[in-house]
Write a protein that binds this ligand. Structure first.
Ligand code: 13P
Ligand code: SF4
Length: 320
């Protein structure tokens, strides 16, 4: 017999206590998963949370590279991912072979990898950025030409923000969800809302195409967008270009504001693989354990810490 939501929540709480486990969830997770999480955030905040926890077990309700990042930062802890199909489409577009080939052609160009990349690739990176700090990282590097992958849109965004040349590796890496926004459709939607007298603000994630970013009033990571909407007056309508379920987070924060997705089909199937049933099973059976090669973890961790040093925030990070 299927358990009720309340029974599942009770079981998750009990298993968490028994295992000394913490649940970290990304902002795109379904509402019921966000509600049982100890912390919900963007990739940068989740990495910092993973560094600060005293729990023995981290259950990661996000996609593969996020769970790997938690393991890289906590090699001694058990990191669980409830469903192995939660594999970021973009992260899986970059291979070690592509990096090797790029390095051969451009040995002098520093390589920044977006956190949305696999651990085996991060081991070859000079720096690891997130959508929240990509432009800051590129700006802080002492070079006029920098490479960034796998998101070609994030590379273009960092180029736009910094004025430096940013080479995308590979050339066409992208997120299929953020490719679903078109500037003409956004303009049409915004014009229609304005014609009804609404006071519209358009916000977008830097994984969107440049022609979308250029018409945005604000561009930021999922949590940066959340902070932006927290400070808006109530008589605003926010049109947002990122995964549709960010609306859940926005509405929770600002129930007084109207939020309209720029495309209601912008749905990340990979993020939605986790359910309460799977979380119970993952905690009960300690599955699926994230396992990474020690040398890979060491090199990837070095690239992450080097980035925090570059940004001058290493002293502000939690220490265990
Ligand atoms: P954030 O770090 O902005 O939450 O982005 C992660 C992501 O995968 C967006 O598609
Ligand atoms: Fe990856 Fe795109 Fe899903 Fe984010 S929205 S996890 S980049 S596939």
């Amino acid at each position: 017999m299927r358990k009720s939501i309340n029974e599942l929540i009770e079981e998750i709480r009990k298993l968490k206590r028994e295992l000394n486990a913490v649940i970290l969830a990304h902002n795109y997770q379904p509402q019921e998963v966000q509600e049982i999480a100890d912390f919900v955030g963007d990739s940068l905040e989740l990495s910092i949370q993973a560094m600060s926890t005293d729990a023995k077990v981290i259950l990661f309700a996000g996609v593969d590279f996020m769970a790997e990042q938690a393991k890289i930062l906590n090699p001694e802890k058990i990191v669980l991912i409830p469903d192995k199909q939660a594999r970021c489409h973009m992260a899986n577009m970059l291979t070690v072979d592509q990096i090797r080939k790029f390095r051969e052609r451009h040995p002098e160009v520093p390589l920044v990898l977006y956190v949305n990349s696999l651990a085996e690739c991060k081991a070859y990176a000079d720096y690891v950025c997130t959508s929240a700090n990509a432009a800051d990282v590129v700006k802080a590097i002492d070079a006029e030409v920098v490479a960034l992958g796998p998101d070609a849109n994030l590379a273009a965004y960092a180029e736009w923000r910094t004025g430096k040349r940013v080479l995308p590796v590979p050339e066409c890496g992208h997120c299929y969800v953020h490719k679903l926004f078109r500037p003409d459709a956004v303009r049409e939607l915004v014009d229609e809302l304005r014609s009804r007298g609404e006071n519209v603000v358009f916000i977008a994630h830097p994984e969107c195409d440049m022609d979308v970013l250029k018409i945005a009033d604000y561009v930021g990571s999922t949590s940066q967008m959340l902070k932006f909407v927290k400070n808006l007056p109530s008589n605003i309508t926010v049109v947002y270009a990122t995964e549709v379920d960010m609306g859940v987070r926005f509405r929770k924060e600002r129930p007084d504001i109207k939020f309209v997705p720029a495309n209601p089909w912008a749905y990340c199937i990979y993020m939605k693989q986790h359910t309460l049933e799977k979380i119970v099973r993952a905690l009960r059976e300690k599955r699926h354990v994230v396992e990474l090669d020690h040398a890979v973890m060491k090199k990837a961790r070095e690239a992450i810490i080097r980035t925090f040093e570059l940004l001058g925030i290493v002293d502000k990070l939690p220490r265990r």
